[in-house]
Design a protein around this ligand. Sequence first.
Ligand code: X2W
Length: 286
Amino acid sequence: MKIRTAMTRDWIATARTLSEALPYLQRYTGAVVVIKLGGHAMGDDAAMDSFARDVVLMRQVGVNPVIVHGGGPQINTMLSRLGVTSRFVRGKRVTDAPTMEVVEMVLGHVGKRIVQAINNQGGRAVGLSGKDGRLMLCDPDDAELGFVGRPARIDPAVLHRLFEGGMIPVVAPIGGGLDGGTFNVNGDTAAGALAAALRADRLLLMTDVAGVKDDAGDVITQLDPERVRALTDAGVIAGGMIPKTETALSAIAGGVRAVVILDGRLPNACLLELFTEHGAGSLIRA
Ligand code: X2W
């Protein structure tokens, strides 16, 4: 039931916000937007519901969103419950056969949590891994990493079928091997490879920092690959930001229009980025 008494908040501003979104809604109709949701950016049930609502809104206005999720912290929790120790080499989990089993199991669980959150908001989400529909087949990465894969052959046909059906794919970063088997893929790497194969309009890397910062600590709202390389050489882009910017550069080289590194903890971060003049985080484009 609508409220028709005195205005208890600035409804005129609310209406204006919708009106101002029109050019952005028009711009993104039919666009493919890949959203990487990392395990750290997932948050509690309320944050998940808010994210799911944004994704359903995108689908409602004609965007084709694809969620690629992580789950590193959730995998760590389960491994330690099972008494299995795990270590990372250059940001990738050393994955033996028992670890691979746990990774596949936990990521399946994480994916279904996202699927359910989207469905609860009235969307129709479908959870899949890189094995489904031969979406993402991998080569082994480095021998010392065990069953860690490097995406080698991406066939996005299954995603296009889901788009046509109005459905929202939720993809776990697991690949099949070119010769069988199962591979663990870093979530950012998987998202970048899928976005490139889809020639996505946007790849949104949702993290728990505000974006790429300059040497004064201020967020850089827009930068090109040359600036990213210069800041990396100067040591300004460092640590956990490096895998994100590397993913961004390879996605852009692979045909993604632009990549945005943004703070997933901001309420409605995706809507802020896509449908307002302000945007959010750091946009990287050639
Ligand atoms: C990751 C896959 C999950 C992931 C792992 O096993 O943790 C590799 O490291 P976040 O939450 O995005 O970090 N795979 C090879 O990337 O999760």
